[in-house]
Design a protein around this ligand. Sequence first.
Ligand code: GLU
Length: 424
Amino acid sequence: MEEEINIDPWRMAIKQLDKVGKILNIDENILKRLRYPVRIIETNFPVVMDDGRVEIFTGFRVHHNENLPNKGGIRYSPDVTKEEVMALAFWMTFKCAIVGLPYSGAKGGVICNPRELSVKELEKITRRYTHQMINVFNPRSDIPAPDINTSAREMAWIYDTYSMWGGHSALGVVTGKPVELGGSLGRASATGRGVFFITRQALQKLGIPMEGVTIAVQGFGNVGSWFARIIAEHGAKVVAVSDWKGGIYNENGFDVEDLYKYVFENPENENKSVTGYTKITKEITNEELFGLEVDILAPCAIESVITKYNAENVKAKIIAEGANGPTTPGADEILMKNNVLVLPDILANAGGVTVSYFEWVQGNDALFWTEEEVNSKLEEIMTRAFDSVFEYADECCTQDMRTAAYAIALERLVKQYELRGIYP
Ligand code: GLU
């Protein structure tokens, strides 16, 4: 019991790895290397706050392996830990391998609470963190991006700070930048759009029509809001949405565009929360959302929200993991037994890093694509990745898409390690 509740994401990631390593009989000499991040950078740095006080912040950057250039977002949260960043970097390695991107995993984090910080303070934190990482970030070897509580605004500060230090504009050093500064069209919606493509493929396989399918979305940030908007546009009914402050329910389905405006385009909604929205049937808690009678449950917020203590309550047929690590290994077993099709994070949310890759390619070549080009290339990659994982799951792992996704990624990673060998 203790173990599931307190399971830290890093132990969870290693558990997932060991399970697949065993099934595929992977060489222990390679598994060993995947169990240790190649590099962990931890830094404590001072920032002068608005009231003149000096505050010390702690930031991390983890490179999971270095077979290929490192790629991964930066998370701002009061709860972020080194182990969490290690797990997130690990998942990036697997995510990039599944969709076939030329990257190894990385992740960054800064312990801070953006809700209690002014824009000026956030800018100082971002610029100073970037400075601490000035010899770590690099267009050729470590390319950060947005994650929870960071967005195009923070990426612009990273781009500017790095470029000022280098004496030239380094378009390829960070992705998720504002479009005006070399960001890619379609990047902001990419993770949610990717979750949509994967969900659409799964519905097709299960023979469930998109029209009228019911969905509960946990988290209405970048991933959850875009996923909800796109899937609603295709005829699905988003009946429940929740965030850190609480949840809302309407059995007739929300007008998601209207909800989006209420959350993001309404200066009075300071917390950018779905709570307080009036066109609802009832308020619900996050816990109630997981047990709703819906077709699809989409956890799009943080780790470890579906555990062995609430997995039995899940009535959805499909879980679409927009978040990284939302389902613990204990919950996975229960969901499997109950025939819930889990679309694993490392596949379902790979759309973000895929369009980051497009942005990197465009930035390095100073050549820009239309939004249609971006979206259709994303669709092609996500659909292909889904098909390969689904087929593999069918053949090898009794419909366990997580194991299948890990297996495909692992086979590619093993090849990378073998080809590179061990230096010296
Ligand atoms: N933070 C996102 C993720 O978890 C995107 C990373 C990136 O674009 O590099 O996949």
